[in-house]
Design a protein around this ligand. Structure first.
Ligand code: PEP
Length: 249
């Protein structure tokens, strides 16, 4: 039985006061669910989020981290710093990190390795761009993103990994992959892992879909057999939308 997960990536949104307000509203409206619920506020508000959620089932994730243990990396955040706040989940490989901050597969492989060594759980994001899909390269792109960042890991590391397939053309655009497109890619991801790595890991790993998930489309996307939940951007910033999406799982 795979874990169902709904995670909200808040990106560079919500100051301290807004973070506390949104978390209070979310906690009050949180539906009963077996799914894991995760929110990822910005770094500077992680401590406040942990504090606000200390009696809640909602988990807190960071949106990124550096691969180094510590040192001269101005502006960066280490795994130990996150763990010292009680934050043990990190999003890695988001398409905005790849596109705007030059994070490539080689760098992400280093981040993944450090996060695993430190005992963090990873939500690993990947997905093709529109040109890749138009030129029918989307399966090849996704396969290489997975292989380059994750296939050198020990099998035991995979219990800490959640995958998030996020087609770049569907992120923040209002354009959602159809439930069939999501299912097709998620099944391909499982097949790639089964053939190239390990069949039982392929079956057990949770694969989230991300890209313009909203209350109106969540239930249909989540109903697909290889979709285990969602990574939600814009709709995670509105308590009623996020809780409606949680209800849909
Ligand atoms: C995301 O950025 O991870 C995301 C899925 O964003 P949105 O839901 O806004 O498309």
């Amino acid at each position: 039985m795979r874990t169902k997960i709904v995670a909200g990536n808040w990106k560079m949104n919500k100051n301290l006061q807004e973070t506390e307000e949104l978390l209070a509203e979310l906690s009050a409206k949180l539906p009963d669910t077996d799914a894991d619920v995760i929110v990822a506020p910005t770094f500077v508000n992680l401590q406040a989020a942990k504090q606000a959620l200390q009696d809640s089932k909602i988990q807190v994730a960071a949106q990124n981290m550096h691969f180094a243990e510590s040192g001269a990396y101005t502006g960066e955040i280490s795994a130990d710093m996150l763990l010292s706040l009680g934050v043990d989940v990190v999003i890695l490989g988001h398409s905005e990190r790849r596109a705007y901050f030059g994070e490539d597969d080689a760098l992400l492989a280093k981040k993944v390795k450090t996060a695993i060594e430190k005992g963090l759980k990873i939500i690993f994001c990947f997905g093709e761009e529109l040109e890749d899909r138009k030129s029918d390269k989307h399966f090849a792109v996704v396969e290489s993103q997975l292989k380059n960042a994750l296939f050198d890991l020990d099998a035991s590391a995979w219990s800490k990994i959640v995958l998030a397939y996020e087609p770049v053309w569907a992120i923040g655009t209002g354009e959602t992959a159809s439930p069939e497109q999501a299912q097709e890619m998620h099944a391909f991801i499982r097949k790639t892992i089964a053939e190239g790595f390990n069949a039982s890991i392929a079956e057990d790993v949770s694969i989230l879909y991300g890209g313009s998930v909203k209350p109106a489309n969540a239930a249909e996307i989540f109903s697909k057999p290889d979709v285990d939940g969602g990574l939600i951007g814009g709709a995670s910033l509105v308590a009623t939308d996020f809780t409606d999406i949680i209800k849909a799982i």
